[in-house]
Write a protein that binds this ligand. Structure first.
Ligand code: MG
Length: 301
C-alpha cells in the first residue's frame, strides 16, 4: 500500500493512494479512530492488514477522494524523531576524501523541518551554501530496542523518500549537524509511505537527484556502507524506536558542495529526488518573505 497524508499544510488527513489514483480517506473509513499515519502504524501489523481488507470491501467506495487536486504532505506529520545517517555511501565518502566510518554516524533533524511534495524549500537567511541530498528512509512499525539484525524486517513498516536539505555553512562552521539540517522546510518527505511488503529488497534501489532537470546524484542503495539491519541494530542498541519514527539512510556522492566548482542551490532552482519503487519529490527553492511557524509536527489538522 501507498500511505499518504493529504490536504493543506498542517491539516493533512491520513489516506491510502489507490491504484486508480484516488485516495481512500482513512479517517472517515475508520470512523475517526485513525487521524494520522503514525496512529495507523501504532496499531501494528494487524491495523495495516485491516486497512488492506477494507480496500477490498464495497464500503471503501464511500470514502474515496479524487487525488488530482490534493496536495501530498509528508506521510508522517508527527514522527517522534527523525534520525539520519551521515557518510553512509562509499561514493559520498570518496568524493570528500574521508575514510569509511567504522560505525554508523547518527544525527537528528528537527520534526519542524518537515515539508511535503511541491512545498517550497526556504532559502535560509544568512546562508550561502544550500544543498540537496536524496535519501531512502525507513519507518518504524513497532517499538524497538535491542533489535537483532536478523529480525530487522519485523520492525520496518515501510519506506519513503527524503531530501536531507542542508545549509553547509552552518553544518561546517558548527561542526555539529543539527542546526544546518533542521531549518524549516529542510525535510521534504514522501510523497508516499510504501509498505514494506511492496519492497522486497531495499538494498538494490536506484537513487537520484536532479536540479532543474540536470542530473546531480545517480546511485543505488547497493552502495550503502551500513544497510538497514545494521542501522536498526545500532540505533536500537540503547535508543528506543517507536512506530512512526523515521530513519534516513544517508546520501550518495554528487551533492552540490563537492562538485568542482560547487553547485549549490539558489532561489528559483527546482530539485527532484527519486528512489526507485518508492517515489519522487519535487521542491522549488524560494526566499521566505513571511515568517510563519512550521505546521509540523501536528497530530491532526
Ligand atoms: Mg544526509
Amino acid at each position: 500500500m501507498k500511505l499518504v497524508s493529504y490536504g493543506a499544510r498542517g491539516w493533512e488527513r491520513p489516506g491510502v493512494l489507490l491504484e486508480d489514483g484516488a485516495i481512500l480517506d482513512l479517517e472517515s473509513a475508520t470512523m475517526g479512530r485513525i487521524t494520522t499515519i503514525r496512529a495507523l502504524l501504532e496499531t501494528g501489523k494487524k491495523g495495516l492488514s485491516l486497512v488492506a481488507d477494507l480496500l477490498r470491501t464495497p464500503q471503501a467506495e464511500r470514502h474515496r477522494v479524487p487525488a488530482e487536486t490534493q496536495r501530498l504532505g509528508p506521510p508522517l506529520t508527527n514522527p517522534g524523531k527523525i534520525v539520519a545517517l551521515g557518510l553512509n555511501y562509499r561514493s559520498h565518502a570518496q568524493e570528500q576524501n574521508v575514510r569509511l566510518p567504522r560505525k554508523p554516524l547518527l544525527f537528528s533533524k528537527s520534526t519542524t523541518s518537515l515539508s511535503g511534495n511541491g512545498d517550497p524549500i526556504w532559502y535560509p537567511r544568512d546562508e550561502t551554501r544550500l544543498d540537496y541530498e536524496v535519501e531512502l528512509a525507513f519507518v518504524i512499525g513497532r517499538p524497538a530496542i535491542g533489535v537483532d539484525p536478523a529480525e530487522w524486517k519485523d520492525y520496518v513498516a515501510g519506506y519513503t523518500v527524503i531530501n536531507d536539505v542542508s545549509a553547509r555553512d552552518a553544518q561546517f562552521s558548527d561542526r555539529k549537524w543539527f542546526r544546518g539540517k533542521s531549518y524549516d522546510s529542510f525535510c521534504p518527505m514522501g510523497p508516499f509511505l510504501v509498505t514494506s511488503d511492496e519492497i522486497p529488497d531495499p538494498h538494490s534501489l536506484r537513487v537520484a537527484a536532479t536540479v532543474n532537470d540536470q542530473p546531480r546524484q545517480n546511485s543505488n542503495t547497493d552502495d550503502l556502507i551500513f544497510g538497514i539491519p545494521e542501522i536498526l541494530a545500532f540505533v536500537s542498541r540503547n535508543i528506543t524506536l517507536l512506530p512512526g519514527d523515521v530513519i534516513a539512510t544517508g546520501t550518495p556522492g554528487g551533492v552540490g558542495i563537492f562538485w568542482d566548482p560547487p553547485r549549490c542551490l539558489e532561489p528559483g532552482d527546482t530539485v527532484t529526488v527519486t528512489v526507485e519503487g518508492i517515489g519522487s519529490l519535487t521542491n522549488q527553492v524560494s526566499t521566505r518573505d513571511v515568517l510563519e511557524p512550521s505546521p509540523y509536527p501536528h497530530p491532526r489538522g
